[in-house]
Design a binder for this molecule. Sequence first.
Ligand SMILES: Nc1ncnc2c1ncn2[C@@H]1O[C@H](COP(=O)(O)OP(=O)(O)OP(=O)(O)O)[C@@H](O)[C@H]1O
Length: 322
Amino acid sequence: MIHTKKLTKTFTVKKETVEAVKGVDIDVGPGELVAFLGPNGAGKSTTLRMLTTLLKPTSGSATVAGVDVAKDPAGVRARIGYIGQGNGGGHSYRVIDELIMQGRFYGMNTTDAKARAETLMASLDLADLAKRTVIKLSGGQRRRMDVALGLMHSPGLLFLDEPSTGMDPQNRANLWEHIMRMREEHGTTIVLTTHYMDEADSMSERVIVIDHGTIIADDTASRLKANLAGDLMAVEVAAGSASEVRGLLGRAAAEGDIQENAYDGVVRFRLRLAHGSRLAPGLLKDMHDAGAPAQSLELKPPTLDDVFLELTGRSLREGAEV
Ligand SMILES: Nc1ncnc2c1ncn2[C@@H]1O[C@H](COP(=O)(O)OP(=O)(O)OP(=O)(O)O)[C@@H](O)[C@H]1O
């Protein structure tokens, strides 16, 4: 569905060069659901805008839905849906009319456009709002209408630029439910950008992590977490067992720091362990056999922020405007 080779975008601002996207290679297959995750200014939107033909690449190439973005931008646009950041200004048209106009814009006749608009309004929970003017919609309703607009011409590939930014958690969950249902019903390939880690984590099958215009990781969220971050383990033992346990934990966590705090006759160790949940039972047994049993053991699975921290030394949260 998407193939890019060394796709690059450079902006010149007041004689200064900004390398927004630095030669990225991206391959997305039919039916995939992929999130571009990265902090503000990482180059996510610029990449999306090149793929949707809103920006011309400085160099490199991109084929989207089988069409070269540089050679046939109109051909690309006919095959994709694009839902950009933020809402356009208020519209005084009714929701149904706005959707029909979009369909007409893509060459549908009025009857087909009306039928399609009604189907989409039903699946996006907009049917009761069909006659409301667009300016009067709430933020969440407006975003769902944006999704309906992007889907009017039944594109096989849908791009969403930060679809849920600024929405409250309930509206976000609601929008996602609709997007997932759309996907199930139509097999749409979906590419989105987000700086919400939990959204990339729970909704996407594949996460492409972008930082400073470069792809620094590309895998499923669970593999990224298992391979790059590891579980956070906390073990408490009686102070008298601490040296025994220190040795056992040191062998289990071949790399990485082991933090230690002592209080009230108890020592609490904290460490990161790849596949901690698999190692924990053996570790508990070894501690027991060594006469240094654990008083408690907690395991916390890693987040995509831990992955980003491991890859860059920075937290995704630091630069996020959330
Ligand atoms: N039209 C432009 N002119 C000049 N610089 C730009 C332009 N668009 C983007 N940039 C710069 O390119 C870099 C990448 O921006 P981009 O918007 O792609 O990041 P992003 O990852 O989408 O961030 P956000 O999460 O804030 O949307 C930034 O340094 C940005 O300032």
